[in-house]
Design a protein around this ligand. Structure first.
Ligand code: C2E
Ligand code: MG
Ligand code: MG
Ligand code: MG
Length: 283
């Protein structure tokens, strides 16, 4: 019994672990159980249109409500899921859940768009498009109500293939975003061929822009670059009003961050949106 406790106690995955080690197998078994028993939670962080002050949707962020460990953050199991191939099962769960959330929004008259994070492995999978279509169609949600976020590094691990996949997704109507922009290794040559509609500025720049002129200059340059390429630009990691004001002055289109709203369960977001709307309506 004590040995089992120890295994559960070391949930943090390290890549040095042998793929066939008892610990890896145990964690994989636990992840399978998590999906089967409904231990995964999809939180949503609201996304603000900076100009209008309206909430235009959100980003879906997965958590694992572990029976012993409490709420486990994604960075403690996503890399493991990627290395073991379990990420496909996880992504499909996220897509299904996300489509359900958007469908519920739409019945309430909220036409928000929900962003989903994809991994390198997801965009390398030939049936991704069909899987996405099946789930959005089942929920009665148009592809344009979903945005797929892909990091620069995921794109650059196989740019030619990524471009093909993204073109197919874009042709079907899905919106596409480059996540953590500015920290990867994408070239302007690749960027100009990507059918994305959004650049998401990495939060390391956004969080530092208040005290570091160079970070502020980088944010400003990405906004300009994005606009010159006809893209929408989002800043993530907006933690206070000063940063939001500066982003507004720079013409940044959208913002996400604790100052606007933390990631929360979808049901909580509904209440949060209503309260916000009530507060904004005089009388
Ligand atoms: P990301 O896509 O870049 O998501 C942004 C992260 O920043 C989230 O962390 C979010 O909670 C956090 N964040 C949001 N606003 C603020 C802020 O104002 N200040 C600070 N300091 N942090 C903020 P989270 O939820 O822990 O997710 C971490 C990463 O895990 C995500 O980074 C994404 O790469 C990955 N991830 C999350 N959910 C999924 C998923 O469903 N599938 C895949 N493949 N990856 C996911
Ligand atoms: Mg993201
Ligand atoms: Mg990001
Ligand atoms: Mg990230």
């Amino acid at each position: 019994h004590a040995a089992k406790q120890r295994k559960l106690g070391s949930l943090v995955y390290s890549p040095e672990l042998n793929a066939s080690s008892a610990q890896t197998l145990s964690l994989l078994g636990e992840l399978r159980r998590a999906v089967r028993e409904g231990e995964l939670r999809l939180f949503v962080q609201p996304k603000l249109a900076v100009g209008s002050g309206r909430i235009v949707g959100g980003e879906a962020l997965v958590r694992w409500q572990h029976p012993q460990r409490g709420m486990v953050p994604p960075m403690q199991f996503i890399p493991f899921a990627e290395d073991t191939g379990f990420i496909h099962t996880l992504t499909l769960w996220v897509v299904e859940e996300a489509a359900r959330i958007v469908a519920a929004w739409r019945t309430q008259g909220f036409e928000g768009r929900l962003s989903i994070n994809l991994s390198t492995h997801d965009i390398a999978k030939p049936d991704l498009l069909d899987q996405l279509d099946a789930r959005s169609a089942a929920a009665g949600v148009p592809p344009s109500a979903l945005c797929l976020e892909i990091t620069e590094s995921a794109i650059m691990s196989d740019p030619q293939r990524a471009v093909q996949t993204l073109q197919a997704l874009q042709a079907r109507g899905y919106k596409l975003s480059i996540d953590d922009f500015g920290t990867g290794y994408s070239s302007y040559a690749t960027l100009k061929t990507l059918p994305v509609h959004e650049l998401k500025i990495d939060m390391s720049f956004v969080r530092a822009m208040e005290r570091e002129p160079k970070d502020a200059m980088i944010v400003r340059s990405i906004v300009e670059l994005g606009h010159n390429l006809g893209l929408s630009v989002v800043a993530e990691g907006v933690e206070n009003a000063t940063v939001l004001e500066r982003l507004h002055a720079m013409g940044c289109d959208e913002a996400q961050g604790w100052h606007i709203g933390k990631p929360m369960p979808a049901a909580e977001l509904d209440a949060w949106l209503q309260q916000r709307q009530t507060a904004a309506t005089p009388g």
